[in-house]
Design a protein around this ligand. Sequence first.
Ligand SMILES: Cc1cc2nc3c(=O)[nH]c(=O)nc-3n(C[C@H](O)[C@H](O)[C@H](O)COP(=O)(O)OP(=O)(O)OC[C@H]3O[C@@H](n4cnc5c(N)ncnc54)[C@H](O)[C@@H]3O)c2cc1C
Length: 374
Amino acid sequence: MMTINMTDTVDTLVIGAGVIGLAIARRMAVAGREVVVLEAEDAIGTGISSRNSEVIHAGIHYVEGSLRARLCVAGKEALYDYLQSHGVPFRGCGKLVVATAEDEVPSLDAIEAKAKANGVDDLTRLDPDQVSDIEPAVKCAGALLSPSTGIFDSHAYMLALQGEAEDHGAAIAFSSPFEGGVITGDGITVRVGGAEPTEIRCRHFINAAGLGAQSVATGIEGFPAEHIPPLYYAKGNYFILTGKSPFERMIYPVPGPVGLGVHSSVDMGGQCKFGPDVEWIDAPDYDVDPNRAGKFYEAIRRYWPDLPDGALQPGYVGVRPKLAPEGQPPADFTVRGPETHGIAGMVHLFGIDSPGLTSSLAIADHAAGLLGLG
Ligand SMILES: Cc1cc2nc3c(=O)[nH]c(=O)nc-3n(C[C@H](O)[C@H](O)[C@H](O)COP(=O)(O)OP(=O)(O)OC[C@H]3O[C@@H](n4cnc5c(N)ncnc54)[C@H](O)[C@@H]3O)c2cc1C
């Protein structure tokens, strides 16, 4: 266990050992920087990074030119290379985006055009017979096949990032919550809580605290409040399929305005799950309401009519850190560096929901670039 001394001054301090903090720590350490990560919990990846779909997204659905679109596409390429070269389990199984009724077929054209604009030009259009040939359980009016969508073992990935960061000298202080900070002339002084509260100074400060990012930013004396976006919570519930998956690929309906619809994915252990849905909540809670099953059966049967009664069991919940409330268009990833808030050496990452896992390596490059450490 790492011990922090009152007198320590480090080059780079990262708050949060989720996938984003770990990717940044690894990026900085490999570049030869001295890195310390403060993590409130006693292990890596216990936050948003452990409650998601573990999908490597192709980058199809995001607004052209947005950070989400750019970092997803760049991150996907980097992630596949990383997983391959570091022996992290993954499967490029592909996904189908299905029009569940004739009136959704024109949406497939729009999705294909959006994907192309984002640099994703490997989609193939399939008619219902072609879909039946490769996914006999799926009924639809047409589909797009995305071959570069995949799944991976996100925990093994985070362990690889942690291992590589530590091999290059980074240290992760567990059970060490950030409790406040002060901007001084030559860096930032941070108060660390936990069993042995202490202080640490740093020249570069990166806030990758996920659902806690706004609270961390608010805790820094002198940090301008107008650069801290509001935080809203959108819960995503999953239901697990009992029995064998009827699909080879992931199956997504044409997406709605906020989430990607009740889609199916299979994890690396072969378990088929459905979700996440979108449930706006006032504060994080991680209980699946079994009464939501009815809506899942209804949504899934639009593309898998033979889903048997009683086949779904409540699974788990992930909570998205949203920056726009229900009813408003989703906000982009919001990564604020010195060029926006004017404080040298400081980067805050807000609203890193999906596709944050896929984008993680590209987000790390982006954060380093904002600090001039590219
Ligand atoms: C339902 C759902 C499904 C998703 N599916 C996908 C997907 O299939 N593919 C994909 O690419 N992305 C997906 N995502 C997005 C992805 O999971 C997130 O973007 C990513 O995990 C965010 O990682 P993070 O490191 O920012 O946050 P976290 O993993 O939450 O890490 C933040 C860390 O900061 C720590 N922390 C907080 N406050 C403090 C403090 N004061 N002091 C010290 N430490 C602190 C926390 O303990 C935590 O460990 C999904 C997200 C959700 C919610």
